[in-house]
Structures are given as structure tokens and as C-alpha cells.
Design a protein around this ligand. Structure first.
Ligand SMILES: *[C@@H]1O[C@H](CO)[C@@H](O)[C@H](O)[C@H]1NC(C)=O
Ligand SMILES: *[C@@H]1O[C@H](CO)[C@@H](O)[C@H](O)[C@H]1NC(C)=O
Ligand SMILES: *[C@@H]1O[C@H](CO)[C@@H](O)[C@H](O)[C@H]1NC(C)=O
Ligand SMILES: *[C@@H]1O[C@H](CO)[C@@H](O)[C@H](O)[C@H]1NC(C)=O
Length: 317
């Protein structure tokens, strides 16, 4: 596919484009960039052959671009982010999962021009660290979703800057960011009361001190994953229900948290009637028999996963 002749007949519509990626090349992207100045949304995820060359033509030709998804386009570099910054100041959504050549320098130049970003996914971009994330937080105060899965260089400085600048944050993924500590998570809990989805599995340095704050202060929280946070205990549930508030939690994942027991789950259930899924795989102190013996009453529609293998995926946040 090297050109898109049929596109030129629909001049007046905003165009949303999703390409099935068989044979999509840089040459095809150049044709799109030259022909579709009104393009608003492009998803070329998994078009693994694409490079900066084709996508820069999109950025230069399509200044109305609001949403760009490039999952797995591993040849993309900071150069593309610089071009987006110059030409696409309305960009709101950028998906870069697995674009591992992206660095802090690229993110910093991106938000120089693109200050309306609400959704940024840099999952598995392992060169991204605190300098880049802090630039994004400072420039994009309307950020709603930030995904940093396995960005192991990301630490407290990133979380402090989010807490300070991005009060409307709703979804945060920091699974595998092992260098994040209780201090910054406490400040996140105190500032970001809009949080609904929080994935922080494998944050091995976190303890009850911060996770209890998340549960008691982020009252809109609907989904929380603290799987493999090995230090956490039943104490994290103690602040729930303080002042009689009902937790909004629908999904809670505490797989492989060996110190959490049936006692903790019973405290949880007292103030959480909306629970739909509880993941307690590989929690030796929580078994079906133990829950039955303690007389725990799960909400009617709640699924509890006691025994699935951790190496298989279950519901994902
Ligand atoms: C992208 O990163 C890989 C290593 O991860 C490197 O070999 C390659 O040269 C980089 N590509 C560009 C265009 O910078
Ligand atoms: C983790 O944080 C410490 C300081 O808090 C820093 O010295 C260290 O380099 C960080 N590790 C990584 C992998 O970034
Ligand atoms: C977090 O890391 C610090 C510094 O390495 C260490 O002193 C502390 O015990 C760790 N906390 C947890 C809960 O692992
Ligand atoms: C529990 O997790 C396993 C994966 O380990 C998954 O296959 C299964 O569907 C889950 N069970 C429920 C009830 O969600």
C-alpha cells in the first residue's frame, strides 16, 4: 500500500483512520500526510516497519491531529516527537507503548508545543525517566491518563510532579516502577482525588504507609492493582469506611501479597459493596475455605479468583 487515492473524495469530514497494518509503509504515510490535512485521528499500532520518515510527514501535513497511536512502532525516535511539537499543538492522545527509543529528551520537546495532552502511554519505553515525566506533568495540567508500565527509571520525582501539577489524573499505570517509594505515593493520595484506575503491581518499595492513604483518600478509586507488593498487610484496609464512606472499588488485585489475610478482606467488604472482581491468587492466607469459615459475604455479582496461575493473564487494568 503506497497511496490512498480513495481518500481524496471526502474532503469535508473529520477523518478517523485505523489501518490494518499489512504492508503499510513510510511511503503510504507520506501520501496520507500530503493528502489529508484535516486528519484528526490515526492508529497505526503494530505497523512495525514505520519510521520517523513516514510519521514526520503525517505530523507536518496534519496539524489538526488530535490522536495518534503507535504501539510497537519501535523505530520511532525523539525526532518524531520534536516534529509533533512543532506542528500538532492540538494533540490530545499519544500512544507510544514499546517505542523504546523514546527518551526524556523527546518527551520534553514534545510538551514544548503539545500542551493539551490528556492521554500519554509510554508503557515499556524503558529509556523514559523522571526528567521526561516531570516535563510532561508540568506542561500538561489536563493530563487524565498516564501509562508508565515497566519504566523502571521512573521514581519519586515523577510522582511528586504529577501530584503537584495534574490534579485531574484519572488513570495511572506504574506497574514495575520499583524505585517509587511511600513518600511520593502519599503525596499522590493527598492531591489526586480524581484517580479511578491505579495499577501499581511490582512496586516493591511500597508499604502500608502509602497504600492505606490511597485506599482512604482516593474515594473515586474503582480499580487498584497492588499485586506482588509483598510488604503490604491487612492494615491497608483499616482507613476504609472512616466517616462512613462507601468505597467505589470494583476491581481489587492483591495477588501474591502474602501478608494479606481473610481478616483484611473482611474489613474491605464492610465498606465496599460495589466489588466486582477480587484477585487473591497466590495469597496463602486467603483461601475459599477460610473465607467461608469466616462467614464472608461477597457482593452477589463479585468474582473472586483464588487459584488461577499467576503466569496467565486475568483481567487487566
Ligand atoms: C533504536 O534503539 C536500538 C536499540 O534499542 C538501536 O539499535 C537503534 O539504532 C535505535 N534506532 C534509532 C533510529 O535510533
Ligand atoms: C532509584 O532511586 C535512587 C535514589 O532515590 C537513585 O539513586 C537510583 O539511581 C534510582 N534507580 C534507578 C534504576 O533509577
Ligand atoms: C524502600 O527502599 C529503601 C531504600 O532502599 C529501604 O530503606 C526501604 O526499606 C524500602 N522499603 C520497602 C517497603 O521495601
Ligand atoms: C482467574 O485467573 C485465571 C488466570 O490465572 C483466569 O484464567 C481465570 O479466568 C480467572 N478467574 C476468574 C473467576 O476471573
Amino acid at each position: 500500500m503506497t497511496s490512498f487515492p480513495y481518500l481524496f473524495s471526502c474532503q469535508n469530514m473529520p477523518v478517523f483512520f485505523f489501518l490494518v497494518c499489512i504492508g503499510v509503509t513510510d511511503a503510504g504515510m507520506v501520501a496520507l500526510g500530503n493528502g489529508l490535512s484535516y486528519l484528526q485521528s490515526l492508529d497505526v499500532s503494530y505497523c512495525r516497519k514505520l519510521t520517523d520518515k513516514g510519521l514526520k510527514a503525517i505530523a507536518e501535513g496534519c496539524c489538526n491531529l488530535r490522536s495518534l497511536h503507535l504501539i510497537g512502532c519501535r523505530f520511532i525516535t525523539d525526532g518524531l516527537l520534536q516534529t509533533l511539537s512543532k506542528h500538532c499543538c492540538n494533540l490530545e492522545e499519544l500512544g507510544l507503548e514499546g517505542c523504546s527509543n523514546i527518551t526524556d529528551t523527546g518527551l520534553t520537546s514534545l510538551v514544548d508545543g503539545c500542551r493539551s495532552i490528556k492521554f500519554l502511554d509510554v508503557n515499556k519505553c524503558s529509556n523514559v525517566g523522571d526528567v521526561g515525566v516531570s516535563s510532561v506533568s508540568r506542561a500538561c495540567s489536563s493530563l487524565r491518563t498516564l501509562k508508565l508500565l515497566d519504566c523502571y527509571k521512573v521514581g519519586d520525582e515523577s510522582i511528586f510532579s504529577l501530584a503537584q501539577c495534574c490534579k485531574n489524573l484519572e488513570t495511572l499505570v506504574i506497574g514495575g516502577c520499583r524505585n517509587i517509594s511511600d513518600e511520593s505515593i502519599k503525596s499522590l493520595a493527598a492531591s489526586c482525588h480524581s484517580l479511578k484506575h491505579l495499577r501499581m503491581d511490582w512496586c516493591l518499595n511500597l508499604s502500608d504507609a502509602s497504600l492505606s492513604c490511597i485506599l482512604s483518600q482516593c474515594r473515586k478509586l474503582e480499580a487498584l492493582d497492588i499485586g506482588c507488593c509483598e510488604e503490604v498487610t491487612d492494615m491497608i484496609f483499616n482507613g476504609l469506611g472512616s466517616g462512613g464512606f462507601q468505597s467505589s472499588l470494583k476491581v481489587l488485585k492483591v495477588s501474591n501479597c502474602p501478608k494479606i489475610s481473610v481478616m483484611g478482606i473482611s474489613i474491605l467488604l464492610e465498606s465496599c459493596k460495589s466489588l466486582e472482581y477480587l484477585d487473591v491468587r497466590s495469597c496463602p492466607r486467603i483461601t475459599k475455605v477460610g473465607c467461608d469459615q469466616a462467614g464472608l459475604q461477597f457482593p452477589e455479582s463479585c468474582k473472586v479468583n483464588f487459584t488461577g496461575s499467576l503466569s496467565e493473564p486475568d483481567v487487566s487494568l
